[in-house]
Design a protein around this ligand. Structure first.
Ligand SMILES: C[S@@+](CC[C@H](N)C(=O)[O-])C[C@H]1O[C@@H](n2cnc3c(N)ncnc32)[C@H](O)[C@@H]1O
Length: 274
């Protein structure tokens, strides 16, 4: 643990290896809902392709605000089971009705129920962990034989690519990911997932990526505004960006004339041998 590894950001006193975002930050649920607006459509299309349906038993790790849990619950119906797990289950309480069960757990240290699920899904969780391989092994143990692991993490390379200019928010990208990586976050986490699925002995492993176009001022753009606001104190404290530059970047993200590409979200799939 080093001092440089601390992300205080005015709302979090975590150390290297702690989860980057503080659930107690007063805009964290808004940030996560905006994040859902970016990625849910693609995740749901993929869950449909995997055949999630009546009677399925699913585990959602790092369930966040629960939009995917809600979708799964409707899909699997009363004969199914959804276990929604997170470090912080406060935002999920409103979903706690059959077939949804909640469990507060830390996937770094806590075991998951063994050989129980048809599907285990985690989106934008593994890339926050210092030791994602251990979490992947836990998630695979939670699958029944023949069950499917479906994990999604990003490669940040494409973020802020824009037709406007090669330089659009480039300095913000560099500085923000520098701060994020100090907590052990991997900006290329999606690549790890594919290797991990192969290494752990899953079958039919494959992976693909998607990116979303974002218009300034939209709900999707709001995710990036809140992300930058969360990081602002640490960016300033480390002298990586000036207050004026952060303000300018927020104005650019709120301007409907600007369009940019998101990160690539890499989806990786594999089946536990029967
Ligand atoms: C970036 S958010 C993504 C939320 C949700 N999966 C989504 O895509 O909308 C990461 C989520 O993982 C949870 N999380 C982070 N580290 C975790 C851990 N070690 N064990 C369990 N959950 C964790 C956080 O609390 C947060 O809800």
């Amino acid at each position: 643990m080093s001092d440089v590894g601390n992300i205080t950001a005015g709302h979090h006193t975590g150390h290297e290896g702690d989860y980057l975002f503080d659930p107690a930050w007063n805009r964290e649920s808004e940030r996560l809902r905006a994040n859902e607006s970016l990625w849910d459509q693609g995740t749901v299309e993929r869950l449909e392709r995997l055949g999630v349906g009546a009677g399925w038993s699913c585990l959602e790790v790092g369930a966040g605000q629960g939009s995917i849990v809600r979708w799964m619950a409707e899909r699997v119906g009363p004969t199914g089971r959804i276990l929604a797990a997170d470090l912080d289950i406060g935002p999920l309480k409103r979903l706690e009705n059959p077939p949804v069960e909640l469990r507060r757990l830390d996937v770094r240290t806590d075991e998951l129920p063994g050989a129980a699920f048809d599907l285990v899904h985690a989106r934008m969780v593994l890339q926050h962990l210092e030791d994602p391989a251990t979490a992947v092994r836990r998630m695979v143990r939670a699958l029944r034989p023949g069950g499917v692991l479906f994990v999604e993490d990003t490669d940040a390379l494409t973020l802020f690519r824009s037709a406007a200019s090669e330089d659009f928010l480039k300095d913000v990208h560099t500085a923000a990911y520098q701060v994020m990586e100090q907590t052990g976050y991997s900006m290329r986490g999606g690549h790890f997932d594919h290797r991990a699925a192969l290494d752990v002995g899953l079958e039919d492993v494959w992976a693909e990526g998607r990116a979303v176009m974002v218009q300034g001022g939209s709900l999707r753009a709001r995710m990036y505004v809140l992300w930058l606001e969360y990081l602002r104190p640490e960016l300033l404290a480390q002298g990586l960006l000036t207050e004026e530059r952060v303000d300018e970047a927020v104005r650019a993200m709120n301007d409907p004339a600007n369009h940019w590409l998101s990160q690539v979200l890499i989806s990786t799939y594999g089946r536990k041998p029967a």
